[in-house]
Design a protein around this ligand. Structure first.
Ligand SMILES: NC(=O)c1ccc[n+]([C@@H]2O[C@H](COP(=O)([O-])OP(=O)(O)OC[C@H]3O[C@@H](n4cnc5c(N)ncnc54)[C@H](O)[C@@H]3O)[C@@H](O)[C@H]2O)c1
Length: 327
């Protein structure tokens, strides 16, 4: 089917479009390249335009059966400093997109949500029934748009899925594409850059959390496993009848501490990672780990790649000729 992928020139989206192509779909990428990169969509139809442009959107949506919506802003700290930017892009512009999609007769919608919708959960692993109480504007925007999709699916017969990612990490095995955020805030690329001597140290925000080694625990999911879940979510939606909204966690179900990630980076790269321990960041929960059972059952999927494989793929990407040309 023809799928319009917003944000397909970004990190997660660029892996997903390759997975969709492997599943035989016709993919068009819609991206304003604000944080994305043209080369990440190489080989795909690319429409360079902004979500707020309803005219471009309705043109791009012609003949589209499914919208996969990755485009958005995703820096938690920036969302606290500049909530206006986040509500505008992640909610208002997403609303423009879904309205245009409904008007164009699109039946299926897949949305990149986040574990940030849960805030600081009472217990881990986190199921989808955990109360959603975001603790920053970024998480609020994701939850807000999920609620829009829920209402639209009831009223207009849209079949929608919100995929709540935990921590996406790693890179495609080809090392032709990978994570390239500027600024980079994610632990794994920062740790690898410190190992490679590209930055003087890795900053660790707090080592006095109530976890087994005092550092925060997160659920790191290989981006290729994440991408595959998107292709399977297409099949899941096609198998549904009538409108409906489903939220699914995408994680491995296993957590790793910052110290464990650092140890794995040191093992894979053979280099030590200099650390600088600083204060905790406001709103950082000690542990965020998915209970991925519902997604495993409904999508017939599981995130199988290990932390070692994830780190090794990100290391290969950091050292790849493609990555070196870009930076
Ligand atoms: N990376 C993670 O670990 C993670 C975790 C949870 C959720 N998410 C969500 O997944 C999605 C993708 O994340 P990512 O890490 O790939 O980010 P990214 O910044 O690499 O990709 C976002 C893409 O959207 C495009 N974009 C942004 N605003 C746009 C607009 N108004 N019009 C057109 N294009 C626009 C950017 O140019 C970029 O290519 C985001 O919605 C993010 O909130 C990511």
């Amino acid at each position: 089917m023809r799928i319009l992928v917003t944000g397909g020139a970004g990190y997660v989206g660029s892996h997903a479009i390759r997975s969709l192509a492997r599943h035989g779909h016709q993919v068009a990428v819609y991206d304003n390249l604000s944080t994305g990169h043209r080369f990440l969509a190489d080989g795909f139809e690319l429409i360079v335009a902004d979500l707020e442009d309803a005219t471009q959107l309705s043109r791009a949506l012609s003949g589209t059966e499914l919208v996969m919506h990755f485009a958005g802003n995703a820096y938690v700290g920036e969302s606290v400093q500049n909530p206006r930017k986040y509500f505008r892009n992640n909610v208002q512009n997403s609303l423009t997109l879904v309205n245009a999609a409904i008007d164009a007769g699109v039946r299926y919608f897949i949305f990149s949500s986040s574990c940030a919708v849960y805030g600081v959960p009472d217990k881990v692993p986190i199921t989808e029934d955990t109360r959603c109480q975001p603790v920053n504007p970024y998480g609020e925007t994701k939850l807000f748009f999920e609620r829009i999709l829920d209402a639209y699916s009831r009223a207009y017969g849209l079949r929608a899925v919100a995929l709540r990612y935990f921590n996406a990490a790693g890179a495609d095995e080809s090392a032709d594409i990978g994570e390239l955020h500027n600024p980079e805030t994610h632990l794994l690329p920062l740790a690898l850059e410190a190992a490679a001597g590209l930055r003087p140290y890795l900053e660790v925000f707090g080592n006095d959390y109530p976890t087994f080694d005092g550092t925060c625990i997160r659920d790191y999911i290989h981006v290729t496993d994440l991408a595959e879940a998107h292709a399977l979510a297409v099949e899941f939606l096609q198998g549904q009848s009538g409108g409906g909204f489903t939220a699914l966690n995408l994680g491995t179900g296993g957590g790793h501490s910052v110290q464990q990630v650092v140890a794995t980076v040191e093992k894979i790269t053979g280099h030590s990672v200099p650390l600088r321990i600083t204060a905790r960041r406001a709103g950082d929960p000690p542990s965020l780990v998915a209970d991925p059972t519902r997604g495993q059952q409904l999508l017939r999927w599981a995130a199988n790649r290990s932390l070692e494989e994830t780190v090794a793929s990100a290391w290969k990407w950091l050292n790849s000729s493609k990555r070196q040309t870009i930076s």
